[in-house]
Design a protein around this ligand. Structure first.
Ligand SMILES: Cc1cc2nc3c(=O)[nH]c(=O)nc-3n(C[C@H](O)[C@H](O)[C@H](O)COP(=O)(O)O)c2cc1C
Length: 192
């Protein structure tokens, strides 16, 4: 059987990002669960803010096409996003918007969302852990007809959530990430 491939996308480019750190911890867990994991940075796929005129004039930017193809090469995608003003940051929303406009040969537009499994997580220094961003992100992905697994992680007090080895240290967080990873692997395997 082919290896299960999971793509992990942190939704922040910030140095010392809590979400990049959580994405790294989740990637480790996924690898331990047997998945072949690719962790990318959206900084390698720079995109202008979506503008219909720009798309009409120049087409979908190559970085959006590359990001879509990167997603297509994996069975599942884990998005780990910060919360900005109770919602999804522009970096993440804009990437989704552009990818949803990509139409590769022999595909319908947005097929990449419909044919793979998504999981979502967030990290924040506050006590809600970015839970409102997750609600908004779930809605956006639903609009793209993506299958988003029910398990998710909103990591609260993210600055104090790790031990010296960069592993989550609170049992509740460990358990929640574990459940997310198991479900993402399970559901992705069933859709392979
Ligand atoms: C414009 C802006 C809005 C923010 N709004 C929220 C918010 O609604 N909820 C929250 O938990 N944190 C909020 N924050 C704090 C971010 O969650 C925090 O900066 C976080 O560390 C960003 O993620 P990162 O560490 O992965 O870069 C906001 C930050 C910015 C810059």
């Amino acid at each position: 059987m082919a290896a299960l491939k999971i793509l992990v996308i942190p939704g922040s480019l910030r140095t010392g990002s809590h979400n990049a750190r959580l994405a790294a911890a989740a990637a480790d867990q996924l690898a331990q669960a047997g998945a072949e994991v690719t962790r990318i940075s959206l900084g390698d796929f720079p995109l202008p803010i979506y503008d219909g005129d720009l798309q009409t004039k120049s087409g979908v930017p190559k970085h959006a096409i590359n990001l879509k193809r990167m997603m297509s090469a994996h069975h599942g995608v884990l998005l780990v996003s910060p919360e900005y003003n109770s919602s999804v940051p522009p970096l993440v929303k804009n990437a989704i918007d552009w990818v949803s406009r990509v139409q590769d040969a022999h595909e319908t537009r947005g097929q990449v969302f419909r044919e793979r499994v998504f999981a979502i997580a967030a990290a924040s220094e506050n006590r809600l852990g970015g839970a409102r961003c997750l609600a908004a992100l779930r809605l956006i992905l639903a609009a793209c007809h993506a299958m988003v697994i029910p398990n998710q992680l909103a990591l609260a007090f993210a600055g104090e959530a790790y031990d010296d080895m960069d592993r989550l240290k609170h049992p509740a967080d460990i358990e929640t990430l574990d459940a997310l990873v198991r479900q993402l692997v399970d559901v992705s395997q069933r859709m392979m």
